[in-house]
Design a protein around this ligand. Structure first.
Ligand code: XLS
Ligand code: NI
Ligand code: NI
Length: 441
């Protein structure tokens, strides 16, 4: 029995199509820079927003209509939800998914019972993955909803909370591996503080590092070959989260001898909350060879929440894909729609419309990014801007061959330093031209 009997599979219909339940830009087989779009974009949908988010907000009740879900915490209901989700993935041409342990299966009265529930669902979704040819992008453990984590999980003042978190991560990681997951994510929603008045920040950061070492050691001992990913976010629900943005997370990893064992899973709305652009976060992560995957969404300018909107901003998707192409493409990561419909878009069909909107925006962004690279003027401008560093003198300085005094002597030989315009406005117009004026080329 279908959960979405009235909705047909979405197809590529081309830019002239007026059908919102189709793709205007996403043609999975279309080859861009030598690879089909599906391999560049590696789309994933998330289980939590898609299947478990009733769309409530702090002021109002849930609105989402979910006829396949009887609202109970039974295993049968959990399996029906999974069936609905995999039907949805197939109909949207989305090849991957992500989950938290607690989204998939209900928590039991004991750890053993919770693990049994999860095992039952894992068996069920493993069959769905096989039948439908769908893969797991990443799994994770929910270490933020249960009251036992109110003060944090790995950073809790209570050793008990740390132990519970360890048991959950161990199981979630093993289950992720059993499902062929390409990655395992750590988002530390409560690994931070609410007030410094009651917080030993130094101890909490050390405990977080200990926890991550234990998790990475465990991954190694069970032979998990996927990426271990940290998802930075500056705050919400915490006042301050320790892995607040890409640079601070990379610093944390280096400080505690974890660099290289973890990569980053960057989320657009988290970049925004941190006061950065996603372009900035991507560039920082790629420079450190540490970009693993992307949570594709966007925020609401002026509203300081993680509103997790579907990414429909074409500049944003173009910038993200430009960075991904510059990095040489995703290895194991992908674009996970960590995105939810507005509370005012509660119908099942809105799930399809929302994902189609995000997928098409990214397909457009991919093609636009490829056009920018083919056009070449932007890259050429940047190369020429640094031309002085390719002269014999520039190369020597960069290689550390000159002392500060020798630099000062060379300065004395100059009358005025040569500096040129940065041409920002010209470059912005150039980008507009390549992105939009030729968008149908
Ligand atoms: C919340 C995070 C979360 C992670 C997975 O803001 O984005 O959804 O992606 O725990
Ligand atoms: Ni996320
Ligand atoms: Ni988020």
């Amino acid at each position: 029995m279908q959960s979405f009997p009235d909705i047909a599979a979405l197809k590529y219909e081309g830019v002239e199509s007026k059908n919102s339940l189709s793709f205007r830009h996403y043609d999975a087989d279309e080859v861009v820079e030598g690879r089909p779009m599906r391999e560049h974009l590696r789309f994933a949908a998330c289980y939590w927003h898609t299947m478990r988010n009733g769309l409530a907000d702090p002021f109002g009740a849930p609105t989402a209509q979910t006829p396949w879900d009887d609202g109970s915490e039974s295993l049968d209901n959990a399996k029906r939800r999974a069936d609905a989700f995999f039907e949805f993935l197939t109909k949207c041409q989305i090849g991957r998914w992500c989950f938290h342990d607690r989204d998939l299966a209900p928590e039991g009265a004991t750890i053993a019972q919770s693990e049994k529930n999860l095992d039952a669902l894992v068996l069920h979704v493993a069959a769905l993955q096989r039948e439908r040819g769908i893969g797991l992008l990443w799994g994770t453990a929910n270490l933020f909803s249960h009251p036992r984590y109110m003060h944090g999980a790995a950073t809790s003042p209570s050793v008990d909370s740390f132990l519970f978190a360890a048991s959950q991560v161990r199981k979630a990681m093993e289950v992720t591996m059993a499902l062929g997951g390409e990655g395992y994510v750590f988002w530390g929603g409560r690994e931070g503080y609410t007030t410094l008045l009651n917080t030993d920040l130094s101890r909490e950061r050390r405990n977080l590092a200990r926890f991550l070492h234990l998790a990475a050691d465990h991954a190694q001992s069970i032979g998990f070959k996927g990426d271990l990913l940290i998802e930075p976010k500056p705050h919400e629900p915490s006042t301050h989260q320790y892995d607040s943005d890409a640079e601070s997370t990379l610093n944390f990893l280096r400080e505690f001898d974890l660099f290289g064992r973890f990569k980053l899973n960057l989320e657009t709305n988290h970049a925004t909350l941190a006061g950065h652009s996603m372009e900035h976060e991507m560039t920082v992560a790629i420079a450190a060879n540490s970009l693993g995957s992307v949570d594709a969404n966007m925020g609401t300018p002026g509203l300081g929440w993680d509103t997790d909107r579907f990414p429909t901003d074409l500049y944003l998707t173009t910038q993200i894909m430009l960075a991904v192409l510059a990095m040489g493409g995703f290895v194991r990561g992908g674009l996970n729609f960590d995105a939810k419909r507005r509370r005012e878009s509660p119908e099942p069909i809105d799930l399809f419309l929302a994902h189609a909107a995000g997928m098409d925006a990214f397909a457009f962004g991919l093609k636009a990014a490829a056009r920018i690279r083919t056009d070449g003027r932007l890259a050429q401008f940047v190369r020429e801007r640094y031309a002085s560093w390719s002269t014999a003198l520039g190369v020597e300085i960069a290689a550390g061959k000159l002392t500060l005094t020798q630099c000062a002597q060379r300065a004395g030989e100059l009358t005025n330093p040569t500096v040129y315009s940065g041409r920002q406005e010209m470059l912005e117009a150039l980008l507009n031209d390549v992105i939009f004026a030729r968008s149908r080329a």
